[in-house]
Design a binder for this molecule. Structure first.
Ligand SMILES: [Zn+2]
Length: 433
């Protein structure tokens, strides 16, 4: 069947000047609403000597102070559950999700009915770009507990018209047994889950390529666009892989890769404004091809728990602002999460870059052990299946990534969820093997 190219053509192909005008209108409303209803924002604006009427255009945004996760957490600790940055009447809040951050206490994020509609619409644009269509039977294989990756993304996928199967985690064996009954054509999961599912199929004597899965839509792990990973998963399943991006502090999913497979298109036009900043200084960086920086988010239409200039700690690279597909949302990739990054004698290292190097050699299970802070070389890296090539791999890490390591072979724990790559032993985390 020939489906329309876009879920929401008007918004997705809007000329940039129109998008800008829409953003400015919504921004003024959002800032006013935050100022009038949330003591948290009234305080922050007052400290910066600002009133809502000072924020008329996107250019004025840079005068607003940043909001950090720590501030939001402190606000919620003082006034549980939603904190004094919440703007909606508690009676209007119909759902809360938790943030899934790996560090610290999660935030509790509220949604009104309108927020849920906005979330689903924005997410549907991303998932449509990533290939979800009404004739798909789509396995949702992320945890349904707490996080936006569960229900919020389910709603957005359902909005595309796809037939959803709410699978969750821990069901691989059962899923393989039910395969013939369900005849799924697409899966939405973490980047590593399709590998795990393929193993479950192979253990049951089935060839993944013969199972009819045509689309792998993946979320939540920096590195999904790495050429090696993509090729391996696509070959394993005979399917096309598309990456999506979301951040639970903001919305569930609000970017997805189109057929061109050249970065994820931002799809949150009427729900969130994106800035790029230099992580160290906070100085704005232009959103243009080749620029890199930390993503900073300002809600444009969030009723319950809005954020203004929220520091995401996600570092992005802008790949383009135009695309043959016609979408006008800029294209980007996420290089890594600052939380996941570590520094060895001045060299910034993202586990995703180690992963890229390993996958080129057909390896994918690894763990980086940091035994002291500040981290000193050599860094210990455990790799499954590396036997005999430890020295060659350590040399490749040194050459390509610029730090000295010791590679050891080890058998690592299997996980269906997000693969854990970094172990901060100096913070009391236990060695995985
Ligand atoms: Zn495109």
């Amino acid at each position: 069947m020939d489906w329309a190219r876009y879920f929401d053509e008007r918004t997705e192909t809007m000329p940039p000047v129109w998008t800008r005008r829409l953003e400015e209108e919504l921004l003024a409303e959002q800032v006013t609403r935050c100022y009038e209803r949330a003591p948290f924002y009234r305080r922050k604006l007052a400290e910066a000597g600002l009133r809502p009427e000072h924020v008329l255009g996107v250019g004025d945004l840079r005068h607003l102070p940043f909001t950090t996760k720590e501030e939001l957490r402190a606000s919620q600790e003082a006034e549980p559950p939603l904190g004094d940055f919440a703007c909606a009447d508690p009676l209007e809040v119909v759902r809360v999700h938790l943030t899934s951050g790996t560090t610290g206490k999660p935030l509790v994020l509220g949604y009104t009915k309108e927020d849920l509609r906005t979330s689903a619409r924005i997410g549907a644009r991303a998932f449509w770009a990533a290939g979800a269509r009404p004739d798909d039977t789509l396995l949702h294989c992320l945890s349904y507990s707490f996080y936006t990756g569960g229900l919020a993304d389910h709603d957005a996928l359902e909005e595309t018209g796809a037939t959803m199967v709410p699978v969750g985690l821990g069901q691989s064996g059962r899923l393989v047994e039910l395969w013939e009954d369900l005849r799924p054509t697409a899966v939405f999961s973490t980047l590593t889950y399709p590998l795990y599912l393929a193993e479950a199929a192979q253990e049951a004597g089935l060839d993944p390529r013969a199972l009819g899965l045509r689309k792998l839509i993946v979320a939540g792990e920096p590195g999904g666009q790495l050429a090696g990973t993509r090729r391996r998963l696509e070959e394993l399943w005979g399917a096309k892989l598309s990456e999506t991006y979301g951040l639970s502090d903001v919305w569930g999913t609000f970017a997805g890769e189109c057929d061109e497979q050249a970065g994820m298109h931002f799809s949150g036009q009427d729900g969130v404004l994106v800035e790029l900043v230099e992580p160290e200084t906070g100085e704005p960086v232009g959103i243009e091809p080749g620029s890199t920086g930390e993503l900073v988010f300002t809600h444009l239409a969030r009723e319950a728990t809005p954020v203004l200039r929220f520091r995401s700690r996600d570092r992005a690279e802008i790949l383009g602002v135009e695309c043959p597909c016609g979408r006008t949302g800029f294209r980007f990739r996420v290089a890594g999460r600052s939380d996941d990054m570590f520094r060895v004698r001045g060299v910034n290292v993202f586990p995703s870059s180690i992963e890229e190097l390993l996958r080129e050699r057909g390896l994918d299970r690894f763990a980086v052990l940091l035994d002291r802070f500040p981290v000193e070389p050599p860094v210990e890296i455990l790799v499954e299946g590396v036997d005999g090539k430890e020295g060659e791999l350590a040399q490749a890490v040194k050459t390509r990534l610029g730090f000295t390591c010791v590679v050891r072979a080890a058998s690592l724990p299997r996980t269906e969820g997000k693969a854990k790559r970094l172990y901060r032993l100096y913070e009391g985390e236990e060695r995985p093997a």
